[in-house]
Write a protein that binds this ligand. Sequence first.
Ligand SMILES: Cc1cc2nc3c(=O)[nH]c(=O)nc-3n(C[C@H](O)[C@H](O)[C@H](O)COP(=O)(O)OP(=O)(O)OC[C@H]3O[C@@H](n4cnc5c(N)ncnc54)[C@H](O)[C@@H]3O)c2cc1C
Ligand SMILES: *[C@@H]1O[C@H](CO)[C@@H](O)[C@H](O)[C@H]1NC(C)=O
Ligand SMILES: *[C@@H]1O[C@H](CO)[C@@H](O)[C@H](O)[C@H]1NC(C)=O
Ligand SMILES: *[C@@H]1O[C@H](CO)[C@@H](O)[C@H](O)[C@H]1NC(C)=O
Ligand SMILES: *[C@@H]1O[C@H](CO)[C@@H](O)[C@H](O)[C@H]1NC(C)=O
Ligand SMILES: *[C@@H]1O[C@H](CO)[C@@H](O)[C@H](O)[C@H]1NC(C)=O
Length: 499
Amino acid sequence: MTLQNSIKALAALGALYGATVAAVPTANCCSLLEAALPGRILSIGSANYATVNHDFWSSTTVLSPGCIFSPTSSQEVARAVKLFTDNQCKFAVRGGGHSAVPGAANTNDGVLIVTEGLNERTVTNENSVWIGAGNTWGPVYDFLGPSHKAVVAGRYYPVGTGLLLGAGLSFFGNELGLAIDNVRTYEVVLYNGTIVHASATSHPNLHRALKGGGDNYGVITRYELMTNNIPDWIWGGMVYYNQSQLSQVEDVVYDYHVDKAVNDVKTHVLPQYGFNGTTNETINFSPIFYNGALNSTPAALQPWLDAQPYRNTMRQAQMVDLAREFNAGFEYGLVQVQRTFTIYADKEFFHDVWYQFQVWLQEYRHIPGFYGLHCNMPVTPNAVQEGVRNGGNVLGLEGAGSRTLSILYFGLTFNNLSDTDKVFPAFAKFVESMIRLAEQRGVRHPYIMWSYAGHDQRVIESYGQENNDFLRRVKQDYDPAGTFTNLVSGGFKLPARGY
Ligand SMILES: Cc1cc2nc3c(=O)[nH]c(=O)nc-3n(C[C@H](O)[C@H](O)[C@H](O)COP(=O)(O)OP(=O)(O)OC[C@H]3O[C@@H](n4cnc5c(N)ncnc54)[C@H](O)[C@@H]3O)c2cc1C
Ligand SMILES: *[C@@H]1O[C@H](CO)[C@@H](O)[C@H](O)[C@H]1NC(C)=O
Ligand SMILES: *[C@@H]1O[C@H](CO)[C@@H](O)[C@H](O)[C@H]1NC(C)=O
Ligand SMILES: *[C@@H]1O[C@H](CO)[C@@H](O)[C@H](O)[C@H]1NC(C)=O
Ligand SMILES: *[C@@H]1O[C@H](CO)[C@@H](O)[C@H](O)[C@H]1NC(C)=O
Ligand SMILES: *[C@@H]1O[C@H](CO)[C@@H](O)[C@H](O)[C@H]1NC(C)=O
């Protein structure tokens, strides 16, 4: 298959998202937009179009939008969205561009809204910060660092605000819950160009719906995030383990889920296993963190040292330093694909699924640039309760009770789009077989986390019937004609019925 055909196939994948509508040709939409908001549009062929259109993490997500709209205010977004609705123009919205799903944040037959011009960062006196939708997390930590504050948000420097719509795993999750549970206010442009502030006291149903309902309701222009206080420095870094240490690391990963993450909420670890096809080497390299001004590794993190990392960068650090360090190696411009599912933390299943993934990865290791990544990411009972305390979200995690959940992540990287046909279907099949195994073992939880889901995984459905019914009622109130279902290709759609 030629590169050109691969891109077409991926574009078709993206097109699966929206129902078809009799849309106005994109060229007309671009002209209308240029007339309404002169100077904000990049046309195909202009110097900046190519640069801006390549600013995506995964090469699968670089498509061919009819033009690119780069607003600098919420009002400009509002005018554009109204124009899109009035003229049935298709569009997509990009935050930090880190979704690996083709068509999530780009489009082949519409206008791409890029948010980098929405770059506000303003601290309020109520322990919160307003950040424009175009921010990425590194600069936000950098901005808040001097005032000894941080936000419950992404852990990697260049990742964007898209995670505030789906879930959001952070350095502070064990103590403060998911990122969505720490959004005080979403500023949302509705289909008709009206701007609303959704919070616990204003449009509360919309506020709750957005905490997991993603981009089904509008374009978010700004977020008011609760800030938490942090000390002068925090203790953190990365621990690396060779193959020979991995069985001991597996024990530590499980213990972290059911004991340390639960009982010392200041800890954070993101257990990551990586397989490099070129070298046939497997390592574990895990971001590790303690929210305290320590001078040495605390008892709760000691098991990670006992497992004898060959490299350990734990030190006194600033949040932004960690965000930068952890992102090193996650290069732009490669083929990326991801899938996920959720289990109740289970030692035997952790072991078996990782073992089987390694066997599966062997078959594809000759593909240029091939790399496999597997993570076990805890969501503790306290994290779920924090969500409830903050007004509730729509993810449907409350039923897990006193058991720690683990978000299992599967990711592949390789160089060349021409290899996608060989790999993607087999990868999907493999992960589906692991979901069935989890089912058979009685350890599966239905939840599929938005931020790590594959393009065809049923994210919103996974939240359960009650939450789907709630989301549909809110949709009636705020997007009655289904503009964000029909005109916006990206994201995971709220199903019209069922769940
Ligand atoms: C290296 C790396 C590190 C990561 N680290 C973390 C982590 O620590 N925690 C975590 O939870 N996840 C993490 N993720 C997953 C990440 O949260 C998701 O990829 C998320 O979608 C990224 O958001 P974005 O704004 O960068 O992406 P984009 O691809 O720009 O957007 C993602 C989705 O959100 C929609 N969207 C974005 N902005 C808006 C808006 N303003 N209005 C309406 N819709 C919008 C887009 O249309 C798209 O559907 C990581 C991913 C990578 C690749
Ligand atoms: C562990 O990995 C390091 C770095 O790649 C390497 O130098 C070392 O030889 C490895 N040790 C073992 C025991 O495999
Ligand atoms: C895999 O190993 C090769 C060869 O050492 C190296 O060039 C490449 O950077 C590695 N890939 C990753 C993602 O670490
Ligand atoms: C690659 O590593 C696996 C697992 O360690 C091993 O079984 C296999 O023989 C290795 N293959 C090569 C070609 O070295
Ligand atoms: C990608 O694969 C195609 C087809 O096999 C090949 O022609 C092309 O050179 C490859 N590109 C890169 C960058 O490896
Ligand atoms: C826009 O839609 C919202 C939600 O349906 C509605 O409350 C609001 O009055 C509408 N605004 C205008 C100007 O029609």
